[in-house]
Design a protein around this ligand. Sequence first.
Ligand SMILES: NC(=O)c1ccc[n+]([C@@H]2O[C@H](COP(=O)([O-])OP(=O)(O)OC[C@H]3O[C@@H](n4cnc5c(N)ncnc54)[C@H](O)[C@@H]3O)[C@@H](O)[C@H]2O)c1
Length: 383
Amino acid sequence: MAEQRLGIIMNGVTGRMGMNQHLIRSICAIRAQGGVALSNSDRVMPDPILVGRNADKVEALAEQHGIDRWTTDLDAALNDADDTLFFDAATTQMRAKLLKQAIAAGKHIYCEKPTAETLKDAIDVAKAAKKAGIKHGVVQDKLFLPGLLKLKSLIDSGFFGRILSVRGEFGYWVFEGDWSPAQRPSWNYRKKDGGGIILDMLCHWRYVLDNLFGEVESVSCLGVTHIPKRWDEHNKPYKADVDDAAYATFQLKGGAIAHINSSWCTRVRRDDLVTFHVDGTLGSAVAGLQKCWSQARVNTPRPVWNPDVPQPINFFETWSEVPGLGSYDNGFKVEWEMFIRHLFEDTPFKWTLVEGAKGVQLAEAGLKSWEQRKWIDIPELKI
Ligand SMILES: NC(=O)c1ccc[n+]([C@@H]2O[C@H](COP(=O)([O-])OP(=O)(O)OC[C@H]3O[C@@H](n4cnc5c(N)ncnc54)[C@H](O)[C@@H]3O)[C@@H](O)[C@H]2O)c1
C-alpha cells in the first residue's frame, strides 16, 4: 500500500463555500481519514496550497487547519508542475477566465458552479478542457444529499409508477442586513458582481432534474427583485438590482412537469430549506436535505373538501420516512473522492465542465424567458 500525493491549488478558500464545504469538510476531512483509497489499496493524500488575495487571511486559515502551503501569487502557483489540480470556489465572475488560465497551464480542473456567467464562456471553457485533454469536474452537490439519494432509490425501485410532477421549494429569509446581518454575501444581490438567484440556482436545478426526473426540454421563468435595498458587510446600504426570487416551470423529457420556486425572500414553514415533492401514479414522496418521506397509492388518505370543519386529517402523519442507508458522508466530500478516483484510476465521472455548461445554459434560458416573457426550449448541448 503506497501513498500517492495530489497537489491541489485551492482558490477562493477564504469564502463561505470554499472554506466550509471544500477545505474543511472535504479536503481536511479526507486528509484526516488518511486520504482516498484506490482499488489497488494505495491512498491518495491531497496536499493543498491555499490561494487568496489577503495574505493575513490565507495564512491564518492555513495555520488553523494544519496546511503548510499558502500564497497570494496565483500565477506562480499555476506554474508549479507538482500541483496538478486547480480548484476554484472564488467569485463566479472570474471563474471562466481562471479556469482557462489553469487549463492553459496544463492543470486538471475541479470547480464550483456556475462554470461561467454566460453559456458562451461555459462552452469555451469546456472546449478548452477537451482540447487540452485534461480531466475536469464541477460541483453538483445536491445529487449527493441524503434526502435526494433516498429519493433516487425510490425512483430506481419503480416506487412512483409514472412520475407526473415535481414541485421544488427552495429558500429562506435572507436578512436585509440592517437590524440583523445578512447570512449571504452581498455580491449575491448586485448585477455587476455576478449576483442573482436565477444564475445561482438554475444551475443546480438543471442537474437535479436531468439526473433524477428527465432532461429539461424547456423553461418558463419569472424573476423578481422583491427587496430592492439591502445592507452590505460594512453595514452600508446598497441597491439590490438582481432577481432575489425566481418562479420557474420546466418541461422534462418523458413528460413530467417540474415547478421550482427559488427565493431568498420567503419564511420557512416546511420540512427543510429545500424540498422536492414528487407525485407519481403509484406513490408520492417529499425529500429534504437529509430526510425523505413516502406515501404509496394504497396508503393515500381520502380527503373530502369541507371548509366548514377544521381539517380532520393530520396529513404529515400519513407519510412514512424512508430509512435509507443509515449514515451518509458530506455530499461535497463524496464528490471530491469520486473525482480524485477519476483522476488517479480513470473511474467514470459524469459531472464534467460539459454538465456544468448545461447548468449555465438553463440559467441563461431562465433569464431570457423572464426578459421575453415566454417559454424557452433547451437544445441539446454538443461540445
Ligand atoms: N454548490 C453550492 O451549493 C454553492 C453555494 C453557494 C455558492 N456557490 C458558489 O461558490 C462560489 C463562491 O460563493 P460564496 O457564497 O462562497 O461567496 P463568498 O463571497 O463567501 O466567497 C467568495 C470568494 O472569492 C474571493 N474573491 C472575491 N472576489 C475576488 C476577486 N476579485 N479576486 C480573487 N478572489 C476573489 C473572496 O475572497 C472569497 O474567498 C460562487 O461561484 C457560488 O456560485 C456554490
